[in-house]
Ligand binder design. Structure first.
Ligand code: UDP
Length: 503
């Protein structure tokens, strides 16, 4: 009789594009796996509109619930409902403002529970929305935490926020290396691998307290879901499991299923719609595909810093010069430098004089947004210069494309560290927006990674990336893939929370 009951999963992502989209993909994956669930994603009105447009072209049974939220009440500019375009201090304000969603979320859960019966409902919330655990407890329902990042990055991020291991060593006079609780002694971290925020914080400021509180609440949930693949992140998962002391189900990577096709297309476009962001005009896609079609296999460097990051004017200038000096073909997604409106017009003086005319044969400059999935799936793409955001990392590795890392925020430097030390598929060019890079360094790294000589570093990285790509693409094989099996186990656990209503 169980199948006749409604089994309702309510999801609560954090208010940022890099969190909303993986939650949406998770909802799709759950329904693909078992269509008997009802899934609702709850968030602020503008984020719900964004999700609505993201599912507009895709058959979907996902329900969306707007929770009332007014950014001006929290000292934010009007209509600031996610991190897009906000400064660091405004993001800290948004973090705090996100806890104001508790009251409307609680009302929503109360309505659902009273109409559907509490044992038929459970919550999956973002690791930064740990307060949802308290809501779940008060209704006696299961609560799970979903981390949209990989295991290694999540473990490092959580342990560093909760323990501040670098502070002890800095105070003790050893600023260079420290061990992060949960990680083996042999895996030393350096201060330069910490993002600017952690480096500058004493652990007592508003932002730190937010992370510490929400992560601690999340550690009380019934289990964690991680956007990764079991066999791809061995060390990261060992550490994460030791750290959270809860079941961790690896149900990733949450990238469009067409990227997980067993055999990659060997010709041109993969046919992925690429409508995740709603920012992608077809003309851009056509231009990129035509350009890639005209280049040899594995020859092109793709450069992008994710959905909301950019670099400084000085860094942009050196990157442009280094690209030119490398003489390698490239596609560069470019947007205004730090300090300017990211969606504003691009000024020629941010690039070397005459750059675009000179590189017309060598490279393609794409303004603001590119069809990343299509580019990474194209046979001509040979390497990806990335900020190491987790979606970019998994998208790239799923296609066997090695990386050049330039972490800019969040847990990105921990991702880069793992890609270098554990996987051997990445070279770090530099880190953060306060670093100084030279055109020589840029050109040198590009030449190393795109070098195809037998026995060279570039070839070794490529082989390792291809091997990981095979594991990633196999992870959702029906009945045998590790992520498929983990999804089964997870949904069985969810159903065990509904047991009391089985009649
Ligand atoms: N993306 C894209 N085109 C762009 C820049 C980004 O399609 O020009 C997509 C990319 O495919 C990925 C997401 O935006 O799915 C970026 O996520 P990631 O986790 O890499 O970085 P974030 O934007 O969260 O920092």
């Amino acid at each position: 009789m169980e199948a006749m009951l409604s089994k309702h999963i309510i999801m609560l992502p954090f208010m940022a594009q890099g969190h909303l989209i993986p939650f949406l993909e998770l909802a799709h994956k759950i329904l693909d796996h078992n269509p008997n669930f009802t899934i609702t994603i709850a968030n602020t009105p503008l984020n719900i509109n964004y999700l609505r447009s993201a599912i507009a072209n895709r058959p979907s049974r996902i329900h969306l619930k707007s929770l009332s939220f007014n950014s001006s009440d929290h000292g934010l500019p009007p209509n600031s409902e996610n991190t897009d375009g906000l400064s660091l201090s405004q993001i800290v304000t948004l973090l705090h403002a996100s806890t104001a969603l508790e009251a409307p979320f609680r009302r929503f859960i109360s309505d659902v529970v009273s109409s559907e019966g509490s044992p038929r409902v459970c919550i999956i919330s973002d690791v930064f929305m740990g307060w949802a655990n308290g809501v779940a407890k008060s209704f006696g329902i299961f609560h799970y935490t979903f981390t949209t990042c990989g295991a290694y990055g999540t473990a490092a991020y959580c342990s560093i926020w909760l323990n501040f291991p670098h502070r002890n060593l800095v105070d003790g006079g050893s600023p260079e290396e420290f061990v992060v609780p949960g990680f083996p002694e042999s895996c030393r971290f350096t201060v330069m691998e910490l993002n600017q925020y952690v480096r500058a914080s004493d652990g007592k400021d508003e932002g730190s307290r937010f992370y510490q509180t929400q992560i601690s609440f999340s550690l009380e949930s019934n289990g964690w879901l991680c956007n990764t693949v079991e066999e791809v992140e061995t060390l990261g998962l060992e550490v994460l499991r030791n750290y959270v002391k809860l079941p961790v189900w690896c149900i990733g990577p949450l990238i469009p299923s067409k990227m997980l096709k067993k055999n990659l297309d060997s010709d041109t476009s993969s046919g992925i719609s690429g409508q995740r962001s709603g920012k992608q005009p077809g003309i851009q896609l056509k231009k990129c595909m035509e350009w890639l079609d005209s280049h040899p296999t594995g020859s092109v460097l793709y450069i992008s810093f994710g959905s909301q990051n950019t670099i400084t004017e000085t860094q942009m200038m050196e990157l442009a010069k280094g690209l030119e000096e490398s003489e390698k073909p490239f596609i560069w997604v470019i947007r205004p430098p730090i300090g300017f409106d990211l969606k504003g017009d691009f000024r020629p003086e941010w690039l070397p004089s005459g750059f675009e005319d000179r590189i017309v044969k060598q490279g393609l400059v794409v303004y603001e947004w590119a069809p990343q999935l299509e580019i990474l799936c194209h046979r001509s793409t040979g390497a990806f210069l990335t900020h190491c955001g987790w979606n970019s990392v998994t998208e790239s590795l799923s296609q066997g494309v090695p990386l050049i890392g330039w972490p800019l925020a969040g847990e990105q430097a921990y991702n880069a560290k793992m890609l270098v030390e554990e996987m051997g598929v990445c070279v770090v060019l530099t880190r953060w927006v306060d670093s100084r890079i030279t055109k020589e360094e840029v050109s040198k790294v590009i030449n190393v990674v795109l070098d195809k000589s037998e026995g060279g570093k570039g070839e070794d990285m490529r082989k390792k990336a291809i091997q990981l790509g095979g594991l990633i693409r196999g992870s959702f094989e029906i009945d045998t893939g590790s992520s498929y099996i983990a999804m089964n186990d997870f949904l069985t656990n969810v159903l065990s929370g509904f047991k009391s209503v089985i009649i």
